[in-house]
Design a protein around this ligand. Structure first.
Ligand code: AMP
Length: 354
């Protein structure tokens, strides 16, 4: 079996390594500045857990190397401009957007998009960083550096945010998990919830993501984040990698998203994962581990062993059971064990479970 290198050394790389251990596959997360001569490139497949990387000897070599799966696709999907252009060419609906190149555009932007808009860096933004809500009287707060390297989007008034995680193999076969509901605060994912009931938009979302993955000849796991607006799906963004909103699959699915990605890039069998039960995933953000979380047997802790600082994702809790009431009760036991700002996300999840 080939070994797997993962570009990037964060929690996604760590969880890919953990999934590899079960399969007996060696997975090594590596930093972009690693000396390429140290890699066993002829014996490996290479994937990425990050979407932006510095120009180094390694990343220059990888940008053209066939061992780096999807290397031709990263430049398209990791730039919001080319990603949206691709979706619009395919006739897939996105948020209304345009390139932001100069302050002279503001008058036209506010008159077509409304009084408040969202500016997003084309590349490199994450967890709400590189993103600004701008209204007509405070446009001067936008850093000058944004012009030319950002897009601007109309605010979407959505009923729900959902994501679809799927994978495509070398033979073009695609498999999917059920749609996941997501709750964000300040641009950062706080809670995901997946329910066993077949979501009315499931087939439509699968068709959209299949079309995208086939068009790109993509291999591996891809995440598609959408807004639901009066029964319609608008794509917010695509991520060419395993995704935070798929972490629940570690405890509630027969194949986790991490294993699914490894299977796809290693040409291993790719059956559709079986979903055992509903699940809620709570992100642990900027807080220290509290082993009392484990007092309820439905709560599974995934701790990333990273330095804790404000706003940093340091772990997640998957709360799973076949019975939705048991999940809701387990979430209740977590309330006194978490900072008060988690309350909104927990209540949101309990409402989804009702
Ligand atoms: P993003 O980094 O594009 O995934 O955005 C992070 C979060 O910000 C999303 O999950 C939404 O909650 C919110 N958001 C982003 N774009 C929009 C939009 N055009 N309208 C309303 N909310 C948005």
């Amino acid at each position: 079996m080939k070994l797997v290198y993962v570009l990037g050394n964060g929690q996604l790389g760590r969880m890919l390594r953990q999934a590899g251990e079960q399969l007996g596959v060696m997975v090594y997360p590596i930093e972009p500045n690693m000396d390429p001569k140290k890699l066993l490139i002829s014996q490996c497949v290479m994937t990425s857990e990050i979407e932006k990387w510095p120009k180094t000897a390694l990343t220059n070599m990888l940008s053209k190397h066939h061992a780096f799966i999807n290397h031709k696709i990263y430049p398209i999907l990791t730039d919001r401009l080319t990603q949206k252009q691709l979706l619009n060419q395919l006739g897939i609906r996105t948020t209304t957007w345009q390139l932001l190149s100069s302050p002279a555009q503001w008058k036209q932007i506010f008159s077509s998009f409304g009084n408040i808009v969202i500016v997003k860096y084309r590349t490199g933004g994450y967890n709400g960083k590189g993103q600004w809500r701008i209204c007509s009287d405070i446009k001067h707060i936008l850093p000058n550096i944004c012009y030319g390297r950002s897009i601007v989007e109309k605010i979407v008034h959505f009923s729900n945010e959902i994501s679809l995680i799927g994978a495509r193999g070398y033979d073009g076969r695609t498999v999917f998990y059920p749609l996941t509901y997501n709750f964000h605060q300040n641009g950062i994912l706080r809670v995901s919830a997946v329910l066993p009931d077949h979501h009315i938009q499931q087939k439509k979302a699968e068709k959209m993501l299949s079309m995208i993955m086939h068009e790109l000849n993509y291999i591996g796991v891809m995440a598609m984040e959408c807004f639901i607006v009066s029964e319609d799906l608008l794509i917010n963004e695509l991520a060419p990698r395993v995704h935070n909103s798929g972490h629940w699959t570690q405890n509630a699915a027969s194949i986790s998203q991490f294993e699914l990605h490894l299977r796809a890039i290693l040409k291993l069998p790719l059956p559709a994962p079986v979903i055992h039960m509903p699940a809620v995933m709570l992100n642990l953000i900027g807080i220290h581990a509290n082993m009392k979380w484990l007092s309820d047997p439905h709560v599974c802790l995934h701790w990333y062993d990273k330095k804790v600082y404000d706003g940093r994702k340091v772990g997640h809790l998957n709360v799973v059971d076949v019975n939705k009431i048991a999940i809701s009760k387990a979430l209740h036991t977590l309330i006194p064990l978490l900072p008060s700002e988690y309350m909104r996300g927990i209540t949101w999840a309990q409402e989804k479970l009702d």
